[in-house]
Design a protein around this ligand. Sequence first.
Ligand code: MEV
Length: 437
Amino acid sequence: MPKPVSGFSKKSKAEKVQWLVETYLDNDPDALATLRKYWNPDTEVQKLHDDFIENTLTNYYLPFGIAPNFLINERLYALPMVIEESSVVAAASNAAKFWLKRGGFKAEVISTQKNGQVHINYFGKEAHLSTFFAAIKPKLIDSIAELQKNMQKRGGGLHSLELIDATETLEGYYQLHATFETLDAMGANFINSCLEQIATTFEAEAKRFTPFSENNTYPEVVLSILSNYVPECLVRAEVSCPVDMLDDSKIDGNTFAAKFVRAVAIAKAEKRRAVTHNKGIMNGVDAVVLATGNDFRAVEAGVHAYAAKDGNYTSLTHATVENGEFRFWIELPLALGTVGGLTSLHPMVAIAFDILQKPDAKTLMQVVAVAGLAQNFAAIRSLVTTGIQKGHMKMHLMNILNQLHASDIEKEKAVTYFKENSITHSAVEHFVETLRN
Ligand code: MEV
């Protein structure tokens, strides 16, 4: 049974690795070799990675791929995608190619406001708190003058600050609800610094407010933090074309459109389908969010909350056929940055931004929304026609062959053989074994 370790963060990397291998990896030399294989000692890249997080021991690589041919608002893009799942990049590329011939994607940023709250306990008279807030609001805003000087110079900063009475949801619960414009920065640090300063000023001023001291009912700050729910930072992406342009060799346009719209309707009606449907969307969204050094956990949390905004978890995409026109669109809340944080530090992110022709945050929002829409289009297209397993297993075949350490010749033979035969892990294993014998 391992024992707790103290002073771990102070150990050198070599000591940490040694401790880990001894304590949890049975002193396995292969484990040690793998940890070493994935780190690049004495390189600039490693120094960077070491500093991104704490206790970095090595690196965990994900594939960085490209989906070309995305026509978005009349401009051609190749999307950088970081993802471990096979078929996702192929699906994005297929959808891009499909829509390239049908007018491409249109995308539009609807709003760009972010928000955060100072969460407060207060059990005194509501009127005292609102009088106090009205009186000190200018001071609260003044107190972040220095913090938001640069942001304001560029046209951003605090947008509004309101006291919200949330006692109907939780006894004694109030908020200072703040909205911000953070331009090309995702803005988490900026927003959190502003909120913490507002909270400090709020509490200091409260100590001097007579009605609170007379009744001994000082408001108390519980916590201050941005919200990753950003329904006011919204982007829409869309594709459309006449139904008869949807004809392809597999299916005629009318049948396809009807099945497609029905598939989206099912995802709207049924939570179990909606979650998987939206997961497919996030395959595209997360892959571009990751490639561009943005916070995919924030995006995931915000997007799924948005999918449940009307009380029911539902599809993030919508599809209609009206007057012979097929329309398919998505609305996503996306708080993304193209400056600051990892976006300014990671050399691969710099490459991703170059590939995307140096987008600003609004353009990146559009590109990411398109990635989600394209992914969903490709998934539904497969699902209502051939099913996803055919294409998926073809890609998965390579993963299985790699697991079996197949040589190039074995891979080539396997690819030919499994064009005509169904792919399962055991079938591939058996095929490779037979070749080897
Ligand atoms: C797999 O990663 C994603 C799909 O399941 C999405 C969907 O079902 O719509 C194919």
